[in-house]
Design a protein around this ligand. Structure first.
Ligand SMILES: C[S@@+](CC[C@H](N)C(=O)[O-])C[C@H]1O[C@@H](n2cnc3c(N)ncnc32)[C@H](O)[C@@H]1O
Ligand code: SF4
Length: 381
């Protein structure tokens, strides 16, 4: 009997103490919210998913947000317990959570609940930058939270945002040197995106926020690649750097490789199955906490659809080209019956931006800056 494919569980905790002006995640102010009702809905939803998936063990459980470090530790423990009871965990399964430095005092409770990996949203190493990002913590506070996390969790990562207003390539290099000196085994380095509809987008429209020139942003991206590589942290994905395969995020890999995951919590997405085996289910939970809880109570809570082969293939190509090992073309064909656009692929290969080998397509270091364009042109349809 063949082993069932890996399965992840994503839990979205949508509350934040303060909404950051650059963020376009599905987030809500935490103040006064009835979080007990949300946790109850999440637990019911996970049980409902179990009816749909049948008996499968989890390879990962990820608490994302929003700010899941605001979730009461008892509720985190209840979710982990339910996941274990209903599905069970594979040996070495990843149980991860995204933490805001402001909630450092909650970290011991989060560790006791069973979380083994945290990513701390440090974002920047100086108070002026954190202030400009609208963060509710200072740099010292963030570093103290990282030190606490290193004592409490088996695996710790930090998130940093670069290409911020006023930031120079030299400034970024100095900041990254400090990050690397923390000796962590994983870093997530995100280039600031001015997302439509955010406070930053409105500021940029009226000329009150001027991001660095694109050449400077490109240089900062290259600095991130070079400095992390020199420190032994390989860029295994566009924004993610890890010391060896053991420190890579297990959960995110499901997104990048067309894996299966189920999502609980407001706005959470899910994907299950493949076109060639009866269809790939796509589900998106109701966005508001109230709408989600009411939907789950009524036996639903998710908008579902079955992806066409073309939709599944496009998603697989866009996500699969993000990882350094590249897109597994045999898997793409097996799942969807479709392949990448080989004319476009050969063109990028001739320009040194794409490597085609072992039935894989991988963006080369020279192509990394053009990853979005390459993916769009390689995607079928
Ligand atoms: C859900 S948040 C992490 C947890 C927690 N809410 C926090 O902010 O500390 C995920 C990460 O996405 C990144 N992020 C969010 N919006 C971004 C944007 N517009 N551009 C670049 N990175 C962004 C931040 O680094 C953030 O830590
Ligand atoms: S960056 Fe994190 S803390 Fe800020 S609004 Fe987004 S999810 Fe919330």
């Amino acid at each position: 009997m063949s082993t069932p494919p890996a399965l992840g569980l994503y839990v979205h905790w949508p509350y934040c103490a303060r909404i950051c002006p650059y963020c376009d995640f599905n987030v809500y102010r935490a103040r006064g919210a009835d979080t007990g009702a949300l946790t109850a809905a999440i637990l019911d939803d996970i049980a409902r998913w179990r009816d749909r998936t049948g008996a499968r063990r989890l390879t990962s459980l990820h608490f994302g947000g929003g700010t899941p470090s605001l979730m009461p530790p008892g509720d985190i423990a209840a979710v982990i317990e339910a996941a274990d009871r209903l599905f069970g965990f594979e040996d070495g399964a990843e149980i991860g959570l995204e933490a805001n430095p402001k909630e450092a005092a909650r970290l011991p409770g989060i560790a006791s609940a069973g979380v083994e990996r945290v990513s701390v949203g440090v974002q920047a190493f100086d108070d002026a930058s954190l202030d400009a990002l609208g963060r509710d913590h200072g740099a010292e506070e963030a570093l103290a939270a990282v030190a606490d996390a290193q004592d409490l969790f088996a695996r710790v990562s930090i998130d940093l945002i670069y290409a911020r207003e006023g930031q120079t390539p030299d400034g970024w290099r100095a900041e990254l040197e400090r990050a690397v000196a923390l000796g962590l085994d994983h870093l997530s380095l995100y280039q600031l995106t001015i997302e439509p509809g955010t406070a930053f987008a409105r500021k940029a429209e009226r000329g009150a926020l001027i991001p660095p020139a694109s050449e400077d942003a490109a240089e900062m991206f290259e600095i991130a690649q070079d400095l992390t590589a020199a420190a032994g942290l390989q860029a295994y994905e566009i924004s993610n750097h890890a010391r060896g395969a053991a420190n890579r995020s297990v959960h995110n890999r499901l997104y990048w490789t067309g894996g299966d995951w189920i999502g609980a919590g407001p706005g959470a997405h899910s994907r299950l199955g493949r076109h060639s085996e009866g269809g790939r289910l796509s589900a998106e939970a109701a966005a508001t906490p109230g709408g989600y809880a009411a939907g789950v109570a009524a036996g639903g809570g998710h908008e579902t659809a079955v992806l066409t082969a073309l939709e599944e293939a496009q998603e697989r190509v866009l996500m699969g080209l993000r990882i350094a090992e590249g897109l597994d073309r045999a898997d793409l064909r097996g799942a969807t019956g479709l392949d990448i656009d080989m004319d476009a692929a050969r063109r990028f290969e001739a320009q040194g931006m794409l490597a085609l080998h072992d039935d894989r397509a991988a963006i080369t270091p020279a192509g990394r800056l053009y990853a979005d364009r390459i993916s769009m042109e390689l995607a079928p349809g």
